[in-house]
Design a protein around this ligand. Sequence first.
Ligand code: 6GU
Length: 384
Amino acid sequence: MRLDYLTIFPDFFAPLELSLPGKAAASGLLDVRVHDLRQWATDRHHTVDDTPYGGGAGMVMKPEPWGEAFGALGVGAGTTVVFTTPSGEPFDQRLAAELSGRERLVFACGRYEGIDQRVIDHAREIAEVREISLGDYVLNGGEVAALAVTEAVVRLLPGFMGNADSLVEESHAEGGLLEYPVYTKPRTWQGREVPEVLLSGDHGRVAAWRAEEARRRTALRRPDLLHPSVLDDGSPIVRAVPADAGEILTLQRACWLQEALANDTLDIPALQESLDDVRAGLAEWDTWVVRRAGRLVAAARGKLEDATTWDIGRVMVAPDLQGSGLGRVLLEHIQAVAPEQVTSYQLFTGAASARNQRLYKKAGFRLRPDLPGPPHTVTLTKRR
Ligand code: 6GU
């Protein structure tokens, strides 16, 4: 990945040399270049700002140096220009993941009251543009924000993190909950004990404790995360009706084609089903769906496997809404609607579907290698 920084304070980017990105640059994974914007200011004083048209406080960054810089750096198709600005879209893990898929990012770091709007309009014509904010507060310039965005993006690049597993169970990565508290040795420190359950060696109890702590922490600090905006528009989770079969089939094909690609097989029953099969499934299973703006965007179903086991299946979220927390909410719902006598849940997911397995583990499900399922799947269970 190629990273360029346009700034009037190149010194801000010295940390790139010593932080994680510095190592990646040394190893050839990253090509990092920092540019002083003033080299493209043509007057004797290398002026980059001027007073705002229409009056008002502060200075505005002049367009000409930016235009020259974009030309000199070859900003064009295949480049994403990131303007760091408090009036941008909020930066989050999803956006970091999206940017980690780009070939080249050019960070345009504004100072003063902002950059002449025509610079952004021009950039939009020649390249992809993202205007990004770190949050609802004001920094003196976009440099620190560009560093933060860089670190969040670069650590997602394949081959960057030494241990890919540490990407899995962290706040905002998947599952939509904050991370649970962590402990290491010594067992007792300044009279404070490590929670007993973590020393028990009972992986089931540990997973349940962590899931509960994550939920508690999230409720306390980030209640907004427990009520995903996708459901804030009033779209409830409702029982499917026979007329939903066509849309469920469409959703199923979209989701299971993803599964097929992830698991490198077309041998997936849900992918082979006809409309009649889906209708039959609706008759047999307790199926719930979410509609958003009229579109059926998510579904899940449950059925008694035996007197005390609730079989959960077909947890599906439309590809464009995956990662929004809908899957977690649906999964909670489909557990909650299980009959009273149920004491455990079970489900299958693709053996290579890392994202699904993450979601289920975060919800307290555990892998059960002792309970083999259909081909290319793993079984997960959870006690109620
Ligand atoms: Cl990206 N830039 C500036 N100047 N202030 C900010 C910000 C960005 N994000 C939050 N505050």
